[in-house]
Design a protein around this ligand. Structure first.
Ligand SMILES: *Cc1c(COP(=O)(O)O)cnc(C)c1O
Length: 375
């Protein structure tokens, strides 16, 4: 078993694993499960400081992004796709699938969305039903100010769908200080439960739009509206994955009890960036680093595969490569959720230093030492 220091999935704490092994009731028929599910969702609302109702859907994080598009889009609707990363651009595909017309606002992937540029763009064209934007775009590790962006979009009458799968629980997010209509999260990133669940937080405005559609939602599993009255009707659209939800419940409780979590992410991420930079390894981003993941350029004369293989085989540590336009160009250390520990990251940097030296890359400073000095 490798120690996974990847950009998600992350390591899972023992109490979450144990909760997943508990005996199960029938989640369709046992009314107590509806209370348990609702209480768990209320903890998710609390975690995002909102009255908006949260829902847990059975399916990995991508489900939330697709469900938001499926539930809001009617054929011909224009959707603004804020593209400053691979996941950001990825929304274009979902908009197309559901008959929407995606319009891309593409920005430099090396830094966050500049809100003034967004305003300038919207001055010329703001005829959009909603916009999509990513909080932490994990392949580059960029962090966008989604609270501010959603408020600007709202000034132009545009709703917001936000993918914070890899931001939330590692970076603060306050829904009450935003105009986010559908917030999407997943179980396997900073929350540190295994992959398999999606969480969505839905505004009344978003439900209202879904209810007033002229055409039916073109999906069943991706239909958020069917969750709206689950508690009143004591009915779920499909049998809930109860063991996954038992684990998720403990994971959200772990998060809510952890008063130091954002500070810890900040300190560890900052020290990781300093260590790599002083070691002579360049970071992909020029500014706007998310504290959940650090993305660095693959040094010249070596390949990502060489580094990843050696990290796994000789040190038992798995970090992430990348995909799409960043395939082969960058590597990623995930220090979110349960991965966000001083010892875990120190060990990873030590292994990375040894690996690079073995592959003939000159490492200018002992990265583990620099990391620990900056904690
Ligand atoms: C991980 C992640 C998702 C879920 O995608 P998978 O590739 O299936 O893990 C969605 N959005 C972002 C920004 C993510 O980091």
């Amino acid at each position: 078993m490798y120690k996974i220091m990847t950009a998600g999935p992350t390591r899972v704490r023992e109490n979450v694993r144990l909760a997943r092994s508990m005996e199960c009731t029938n989640p369709d028929l046992d009314l107590e499960f509806y209370d348990f599910y609702r209480e768990t969702c209320q903890l998710f609302s609390k975690a995002m400081n909102t009255e908006n109702e949260a829902f847990i859907m059975g399916g990995e994080g991508i489900l939330g992004l697709e469900a938001a598009c499926a539930s809001l889009i009617e054929p011909g609707d224009r959707v603004l796709v804020i593209d400053n990363g691979i996941f950001g651009k990825g929304f274009e595909g979902f908009v197309n699938i559901y008959g929407g017309i995606p319009v891309l606002f593409t920005t430099d992937y090396h830094r966050p969305v500049n809100v003034n540029d967004l305003r300038t763009f919207l001055e010329k064209d703001s005829d959009f039903k909603f916009a999509t934007v990513v909080h932490c775009d994990t392949p580059s590790g960029v962090l966008n100010d989604v609270q501010e962006i959603s408020k600007i979009l709202d000034e132009y009458g545009i709703m917001s769908v936000v993918d914070s799968v890899a931001g939330m629980f590692g970076e603060p997010l306050d829904l009450s200080d935003s105009k986010i209509d559908i917030l999407c999260g997943g179980s396997q990133k900073a929350l540190s439960a295994p992959p398999g669940l999606t969480m969505v937080w839905v505004s009344e405005r978003a439900f209202d739009v879904m209810e007033k559609r002229k055409t039916p939602i073109a999906g069943y599993y991706t239909n958020i509206l069917v969750f709206k009255d689950y508690y009143k009707n004591k009915w779920f659209p499909y049998t809930m994955p109860i063991s996954d939800i038992n684990g998720l419940r403990v994971a959200i409780e772990n998060y809510l009890e952890d008063k130091d979590i954002f500070h810890r992410h900040k300190v560890i991420a900052n020290a990781t960036r300093i260590a790599l930079t002083e070691g002579g390894i360049s970071l992909y981003l020029e500014e706007g680093w998310s504290n959940t993941v650090t993305v660095f350029n693959v040094p010249e004369k070596v390949t990502d595969k060489d580094i990843l293989d050696s990290m796994c085989k000789e040190h038992g540590i798995m970090i992430s490569g990348c995909f799409d336009v960043l395939a082969g160009k960058v590597l990623r250390i995930g220090h979110m959720g349960e991965n966000c520990t001083e010892s875990g990251v120190a060990e990873t940097l030590e292994a990375l230093g040894k690996t690079l030296e073995k592959l003939g890359v000159a490492v200018e400073k002992d990265m583990k030492e620099v990391f620990l000095k900056n904690i």
